[in-house]
Design a protein around this ligand. Structure first.
Ligand code: ADP
Ligand code: MG
Length: 240
């Protein structure tokens, strides 16, 4: 469903993403894992063109994303980031409504969608719709962030370290919730983490990145059984 072909991105002299090619199957979770600075966030943002690649192409459902409008990209691809991605001075309802509002949905439809999403994420609409982000726990903020990313029913969900700010117990729950949600909605997820254990737990496939390159792209079982020598082997050793 997502085809990344020979994608590179330079920032001045730095090659942040170096000739990456990978294919993401529909309805699966692909995890980009690697240490800080390895190019994960840059690659993720290239997929929804928040960052333009210096070279290479990205196709979604066979369509080159270079030819898609901002509106088409927002409708098709949800984007959720760690912790404080919410607008602090906007209510939960208004945060969730961000993309549908940009897309010009009518108010009644937006209202219905907000209620539906709050219920999906087990936040009682009557008490949570009017709250502000600072009135929520970290786990609740994270759920609202994902609800916002899903508001316009995108086929693809991009998540950048979505659980990074959560304490371990809430984090485990958030991971299980994501797996259940992904199975239920059948969406295609690309998730960034620096945590190999999280990658192995969540990923149908894992792309291990270092220095802007994908060193190995395989299923968790393949990576555990046959890590490529060097960096991947060391990372897998650390996760055991
Ligand atoms: P990760 O998400 O794996 O931590 P990033 O994709 O954020 O890595 O960054 C990859 C490299 O690109 C890092 O060395 C980072 O400093 C650099 N980088 C990222 N964004 C920019 C930018 N806008 N300008 C210059 N350098 C950047
Ligand atoms: Mg990052």
């Amino acid at each position: 469903m997502i085809e990344v072909e020979h994608v590179s991105r330079r920032f001045g002299p730095l090659l942040a993403v170096n000739d990456v090619s990978l294919t993401v199957e529909r309805g699966t979770i692909t995890v980009l894992v690697g240490t800080s600075g390895s190019g994960k966030s840059t690659l993720l943002r290239i997929i929804n063109r928040l960052i333009e690649p210096t070279s290479g192409t990205i196709r979604i459902d066979g369509r080159d994303t270079a030819g898609l409008s901002g509106e088409e990209l927002r409708r098709g691809i949800g984007y959720a980031i760690q912790g404080h991605g919410l607008f602090p001075h906007w209510t939960v309802a208004r945060n969730i409504a961000t993309v549908p509002t940009l897309l010009g949905w009518d108010r009644a439809r937006i209202g219905r969608r907000v209620v539906e999403l709050l219920e999906l994420f087990e936040l009682d609409p009557a008490s949570y719709a009017g709250k502000f982000p600072h009135q929520l726990s970290g786990g609740q903020q994270q759920r609202v962030g994902v609800a916002r990313a899903l508001a316009a029913e995108p086929a693809v969900l991009l998540m950048d370290e979505p659980f990074g700010a959560l304490d371990p117990i809430i984090r485990a729950k958030a991971q299980e919730d994501l797996l259940a949600l992904q199975r239920r909605l059948g969406i295609t997820v690309v998730l960034v983490t620096h945590d190999m254990e999280e990658a192995i737990h969540l990923g149908d496939r894992i792309a291990v990145m270092d220095g802007g390159e994908v060193l190995q792209y395989a299923t968790p079982a393949e990576i555990l059984a046959h890590p490529v020598p060097g960096f991947v082997e060391k990372l897998v050793g650390g996760a055991d």
